[in-house]
Each structure stands twice: as C-alpha cells, then as structure tokens.
Write a protein that binds this ligand. Structure first.
Ligand code: FE2
Length: 290
C-alpha cells in the first residue's frame, strides 16, 4: 500500500489515505504510518468501516492493547474486552442520561488529559473509532505538548523541570461527582508519580506531561499551589496555535500519541447519540527528561 499524508493543522494532526484497517499492514506501510505518527502526533484515517475485532487487530500493529481495569460502570465492552466505550448509548442500544454514573465519569473527558496516565506504565497511544458521531458538538481537540514545553515561560518551566506530579484514577469521581471506584478497583490502580517533563522514547524530544483530570499532587508543593500550577500549565497549553480540533465524520479513526499530546472533547446535545469505540496501546514507563 502507498499512503498519502496531508497535514490538517500546522501544530499537529494529519489525514492518512491509502490504508484499509481491515487488512494486514505490510512492514513498509507500517513504517510509513509510524513515521507519519511521530511527525504529526495525531493521525486521521477516514472511511474505516471496521469491526471491533479489526480495530483491536490494527491496534496490535503498534503494541499490546490495554484492558480497562474498571468494570463497575460498564465502560469496558462486554463483547471485546480491549474496547473502551466512549458512548452515550449502551451495548443494548439504549440512550443514557447525562446523570448516569458512566456518563458523569465520561464527562471528565471535556477537561484536558492524556489517556491512562494514572497507570504505572501509561499508554503510548489511543485509537478512537467514530461509529455514530455528533453534529452538535463532540469535537475532539488535541494539543502538541512538545511545542507547549518549548514555549513555556521561564516561571512555569522552572516549576516543572525535574519534578514529578501524581496521577490518581480516583480523582475522576471527585471532579465529576460519579460513583467512586470499588475497593478492588482502587487497589488495582494506586496513585503513581510521573515526571512533568518527559523524553519521548522514539523522537527523543521533551514534552510537558500533565493530565488535569488525574493530577492531584505535585512533588514539593502544597495542594493549593499544586492545583494552581496544573491549572496554569493547562491554560497556557490550551492555545489555538498548539491545537487541532477534529470534527468527526462517520467511520473516522483517530490515532494519537498519549506521550506528547493532551486532548479534550467539547460538549454535545445529550439527546443526540454518540457512539465511539477506543483501544489503548500499552506504553513504557515515562523517562524524565534530563
Ligand atoms: Fe481521553
């Protein structure tokens, strides 16, 4: 296969044509996709009419697929364990209300974050398949955190260099008022500390690594100063010059790098169905940029 790559924004995001995710990738095409991914950070693959099993199989070209640890809210598919449901429709086709616990928890994705940063080994990337898409909102926005790091004002830069932030899955329910994880779910995912400036294992570039929905502490800072720092960094990052905003078409598949980007979705009319399936690629332990 020959692929065609076209940038969608100067900071990040590119469209990739010439891939059929239902078919195996040859080594040369895989390398071309990987090169485009490292260069553009977010890839958009239009018109991919894939099943969940094909989605998982394509994901495995890049690494193992994570299985979401929390089962109490049914955000993990009962049909294919590697599929995480980013949907307001359950697997029986029922539209869910925003007040339901799973929907409250998903609403946290309107705030800037990077997926699975609460794991000791956070994910490398995610692949999101738009099955039923929203036209009233539901725009997924991405930020290039290499550029953000490069442009950080001195005060923010010196606050993050050599420092670690804590990431806690248990913070989610505190910020959106959803059901607390069960004791077993908490035990499976204890809080972890990750460097705030990490070095990308492939590109060697430094990026700011924060995840505002999970960061509940910063090394050496009291709670108020820590949350103010995360808020200041997030506000600095969320500038249009660092941001690609993806307006979905049915059967778009987006693949993003969780090591050097953050993302947030815009709200949409809750009576409109939105069905998206995500896989998450297992990464490696983050390395502090020296
Ligand atoms: Fe996310």
């Amino acid at each position: 296969m020959t692929i065609e790559v076209k940038a969608r924004h100067p900071a990040l995001g590119a469209e990739v044509r010439g891939i059929d995710m239902r078919l195996p990738l040859d080594a040369e095409t895989l390398e071309a996709v990987n090169d485009a991914w490292m260069k553009h950070l977010v890839l958009v693959f239009p018109d991919q009419r894939i099943t969940d099993r094909e989605h998982v199989a394509f994901t495995r070209n890049f690494g193992d697929a994570e299985v979401f640890h929390q089962t109490s809210l049914h955000l993990r598919s009962e049909r294919v364990a590697e599929i995480f449901l980013v949907s307001n429709v359950d697997e029986e086709g029922r539209l869910m209300r925003p007040s339901e616990p799973s929907q409250k928890q998903l609403s946290s994705s309107r705030q800037w974050h990077t997926d699975s940063s609460y794991r000791a080994v956070p994910s490398m990337g995610s692949l999101l398949h738009g099955i039923e898409i929203s036209r009233t909102g539901g725009i997924t926005q991405f930020i290039n955190m290499y550029m953000v790091y490069d442009d950080l004002p001195q005060s923010l830069r010196s606050a993050v260099e050599g420092r670690k932030a804590r990431h806690d899955f248990g913070m989610l329910h505190r910020i959106v008022g959803s059901t607390a994880p069960t004791a077993a779910e908490r035990a499976a995912m204890p809080p972890v500390w990750h460097p705030m400036v990490r070095r990308h294992p492939v590109t060697g570039r430094r990026s700011l690594y924060i995840s505002s929905i999970y960061n509940d502490a910063v090394e050496g800072l009291d709670d108020r100063t820590a949350s103010q720092l995360i808020a200041d960094l997030t506000a600095f990052a969320a500038q249009p010059k660092y941001m690609y905003r993806h307006e979905w078409e049915p059967d778009d598949v987006l693949m993003w790098d969780n090591r050097c980007t953050v993302h947030a979705v815009t709200p949409h009319d809750p009576t409109e169905r939105r069905v998206m399936h995500r896989t998450t690629i297992v990464g490696r332990e983050p390395v502090m940029a020296g």
